[in-house]
Ligand binder design. Structure first.
Ligand SMILES: [Zn+2]
Length: 413
């Protein structure tokens, strides 16, 4: 499938960052009733451009057929994410002295989780959201939401209808955009000459440092270092004038972007982070090739650890059924012969199975009944919270924990 070249610059993409093999769609939890014999799988491979260093999935024509249209994520269900959105709006209003009536456009505005705070500040808020079902929720809340895929053409259309924007927000969408150049150029067009766009996206440097290969999904087409992101923005006429590190998704960046000739002074934080990336070797082929070797070593270590415990007659369960758990277990080839079941608080997942490896998902009370010797914590981002939740472990205090990322380890509560 290679040959088309880098999705940003057309450069060579022969350098492999991760080849995770055949993988099911990470969040397509299997209902045992009427399930096919095996789940649909598609190759999941991330390559790195030799020129701009954008990490990207190889296109699979058939991959888009796998994604269910009815899958809808409602941002407002997470209290933590709502607080993040509220803080963000407060910060932007304060830092850029946004007055009531200021035009604020959010791309991938979901159910209006963020724009509700913008409206509370008196801003003139408009959302662009491609998913009908979540857009409907926003519209029902009275938030002006247009159902569309954003790009240059749509930006020009928006300008005709309502003028340019003073602030553009794009959270958790930049990785999902198939045409990064069209998306970035759309932002350029829509921005007023001195306006600001902020873009939040997972940070490739942290993903690599912490071996978080399980956050690679078919739906994430691009993985950005600051190094690569600056090139994508620059080719659209945009400049990164500040950057903030966030803890979301194991380490994300909030890029502050303006038109190249805008008055915003570039913060020293941009060069400092770029220097950190260069010290890590983000511009060198060997860095990516070495990383691919470390991921394979992690897989062998993790599988060897679990098989070793199993051969001593130990029982192993898991906690959580996050999308990253699907990637981890399928890549490492760990199925029901090793992990008896996992548990998840989300009722919608209970009774289903992790796709591919088909490990059953039960309610957390199943742990009390089974009293497993070991529990693999799949959502490593919530590890401390889960392990310190005594209500989960009080009935079987001898249970020990296992985590795979950033390196396989056994630990007690
Ligand atoms: Zn490139």
């Amino acid at each position: 499938m290679q040959g088309r070249g880098c999705r940003h610059c057309g450069g060579s993409i022969d350098l492999v960052l991760a080849d995770l093999g055949e993988m099911p769609v990470a969040n397509d939890y299997v209902d045992p009733i009427g399930a096919p014999e095996a789940d649909a799988i598609v190759g999941l491979k991330v390559v790195v451009c030799a020129d701009c260093r954008l990490a990207q999935t190889i296109d699979h024509k058939d991959a888009s057929d796998l994604f269910r249209d009815d899958y809808a994520y409602f941002s407002s269900t997470s209290q933590e994410w709502l607080a993040h959105a509220s803080d963000y709006v407060d910060q932007m209003v304060d830092r850029f002295s946004l007055k009531p009536g200021t035009r604020h456009v959010e791309l991938a505005s979901n159910d209006g989780y963020l724009l509700q705070y913008s409206i509370a500040h008196g801003l003139s808020a408009v959302g662009v959201e491609p998913c009908n079902s979540v857009a409907d929720v926003a519209i029902a809340k009275g938030i002006d939401t247009q159902v569309a895929f954003f790009g240059r053409e749509y930006a020009l259309d928006m300008i005709k209808r309502g003028g340019q924007a003073d602030l553009i927000t794009a959270n958790n969408v930049f990785a999902h955009v198939p045409d990064v150049n069209d998306f970035a150029t759309g932002i350029y067009e829509l921005l007023k000459p001195d306006a600001v766009a902020t873009i939040e996206v997972q940070h490739l440097l942290r993903l690599m440092e912490r071996l978080q290969f399980d956050t690679i999904y078919h739906e994430h087409f691009s993985y950005y270092s600051l190094f690569a992101a600056m090139r994508v923005f620059a080719s659209a006429g945009l400049r990164v004038f500040d950057v903030e590190e966030l803890t979301t998704h194991g380490g994300s960046l909030r890029y502050f972007v303006c038109r190249a000739d805008a008055a915003h002074v570039t913060s020293p934080a941009v060069q400092a982070l770029l220097d950190e990336e260069l010290a890590y070797g983000i511009d060198r082929d060997e860095t990516y090739a070495d990383w691919a070797i470390r991921v394979r070593a992690l897989r062998d270590e993790f599988r060897g650890m679990l098989k070793g415990l199993k051969s001593k007659g130990k029982s192993i369960a898991a906690y959580g059924a996050p999308a990253k758990g699907t990637t981890l277990l399928n890549y490492c080839g760990i199925g029901r012969d090793i992990i008896d079941f996992t548990v998840d608080r989300a009722v919608s997942k209970q009774g289903r199975m992790i796709p591919g490896v088909r490990i059953p998902i039960r309610s957390p009370s199943a742990l009390d009944k089974a009293q497993p010797d070991y529990v693999v914590i799949l959502p490593w981002n919530l590890r401390e919270e889960i392990v310190s939740d005594t209500s989960l472990w009080a009935a079987h205090p001898h249970t020990q924990f296992i985590s795979a990322i950033p390196w396989p380890a056994i630990f007690a509560a």
